[in-house]
Design a protein around this ligand. Structure first.
Ligand SMILES: Cc1ncc(COP(=O)(O)O)c(C=O)c1O
Length: 438
């Protein structure tokens, strides 16, 4: 074995030993803590990242291309364009649909319908392209678009729907795709919370024109930072590849076409469009290649945890409302959300303070109703109908961990802490059903 291979083996073994010793995210009775997220990466991915760095081939190249193919295969689409975050994937999708390279592209002033219960960078690319976001309420059971309010929001300038599969619960894609077809709308799926989620046996992200995923630390698998846009549309893929890197043609499959068109320009630097620099690195892709085969097992644990919570807390349904899995959908539980009903004799602040005091982290559900955030005051937008349900989610909701590392002990600890909090409030009814469950 040559010296280089020997050194690599030593590094690999050391990383493995380090991770075997210190990467223990299981629940400890003697030090009870439940974080909202834990790393999905193990020594294998860390070694792959280090090995990639040691190779010195770190900027976007073959590994990114290979991971794009691997992810597109998983999602059941023809193409994938990796970028440096889910936000960048969202940006690329909108930028490509609003680009003159795209037939019938989105023009300034055109409207794009978005859910109020979404993330900032679901919506910002729309505003950044001089399009008008039209904000629509969510359904209080699925947390996804309220389908009636969605249809009512469609107006003469509406050109696209940008949906979110909230917390990994797939939208009713039959209804949304038929609405889009009827009104001739583009569909962009923000799947940043929904990796591995399926609707009617088909991956989210594969229904609309483009689907965008995030590989940020807290997501179902991680490449540190990272994102990917999947699509079956070759021209959109090419446009996203070009917009991703400066607007040059170099990474386009049809690069040679441009080389022939512009023989007088150095082929390495033909700028055929506007662009950003949203490139991921080979390090991100190397990690993704090893993470993706683990995704389904990681999701299994999330689903088990969610089922445990749903059973465990059913006895409090007088006071709590829970997110309901969409029929025909596979929910992948980015977190576990609670909504406190109006008749509850306690506030969100009271319950979350109690839970947090017991070392269980909590957070708002996404960021609540995006229309209530101050940034909107500066930019043109349209609010369609009331946003009562998104307001309820914002004012009366919170979420706890439902990640791959929540084990049975952690689940039972959470149940115990919530039982403690609820004890003064349980009514005779709930007491009776708690006794039956015990
Ligand atoms: C719905 C949604 N869209 C977009 C993003 C942005 O993803 P990233 O953090 O990778 O930029 C997030 C982040 O969690 C999200 O929840």
């Amino acid at each position: 074995m040559d010296k280089k291979q020997q050194l690599l083996n030593t590094i690999q073994n050391n990383i493995k030993e380090y991770c075997d010793t210190y990467f223990d995210f299981s629940f400890k009775n003697e030090n009870p803590v439940v974080h909202l997220h834990e790393p999905t990466t193990s020594g294998d991915e860390i070694f792959a990242a280090v090995e990639t760095m040691l190779s010195t081939y770190t900027t976007m190249g073959k590994k990114v291309r290979a991971f794009e193919k691997q992810y597109a295969d998983y999602a059941g689409t023809q193409y994938g364009v990796m970028s440096n975050s889910g936000s960048s994937a969202n940006l690329l999708a909108v930028a490509a649909l609003a680009n003159p390279f795209t037939p019938n592209y989105l023009k300034p002033g055109d409207e794009v319908i978005v859910p109020a219960l979404s993330w900032s960078t679901t919506i910002w690319p729309i505003i950044q392209h001089n399009l008008v976001p039209v904000i629509v309420d969510c359904d209080i059971n699925s947390f996804n678009f309220d389908l009636n309010k969605l249809e009512q929001a469609i107006g003469p300038r509406t050109r696209a729907i940008k949906l979110v599969h909230v917390y990994g619960n797939p939208c009713n894609m039959d209804a949304i795709m038929s609405l889009a077809k009827k009104h001739n709308l583009f569909v962009i799926e923000d799947c940043c919370e929904a990796m591995g989620s399926f609707y009617d046996g088909k991956s989210v992200g594969s229904f609309g024109d483009v689907g965008n995923f995030s590989f940020f630390f807290s997501h179902h698998i991680s490449t540190l930072e990272g994102g990917i846009s999947v699509t079956n549309n070759f021209d959109l893929t090419e446009t996203m590849r070009i917009l991703r890197a400066h607007g040059w043609s170099r990474e386009a499959d049809e690069h040679q076409k441009y080389v022939k068109m512009y023989p007088e320009i150095d082929p390495r630097f033909i700028f055929i469009n506007l662009g950003y620099n949203l490139r991921p690195t080979e390090v991100n892709a190397a990690m993704g290649q090893l993470q993706l085969p683990k995704l389904d097992a990681l999701i299994d644990n999330r689903r088990e945890t969610a089922n445990f919570y749903l059973k465990q807390f059913a006895k409090y349904d007088e006071f709590f409302q829970f997110q309901q899995e969409t029929p025909k959908g596979k929910h992948v539980w980015f977190g576990f959300p609670f909504i406190i009903k109006d008749n509850a004799p306690f506030t969100v602040k009271e319950i979350t303070s109690f839970i947090q005091k017991n070392n269980i982290e909590t957070r708002p559900i996404i960021a609540g109703n995006m229309a209530r955030h101050p940034a909107f005051n500066m930019y043109t937008h349209r609010i369609s109908g009331d946003l009562n349900n998104a307001d309820t989610v914002m004012n009366k909701g919170f979420a706890i961990a439902c990640h791959h590392a929540v084990d049975q002990k952690a689940r039972e600890y959470i149940a115990h802490v919530i039982d403690q909090f609820m004890q003064p409030y349980v009514t005779q009814n709930a007491k009776r059903s708690a006794e039956v469950m015990a």
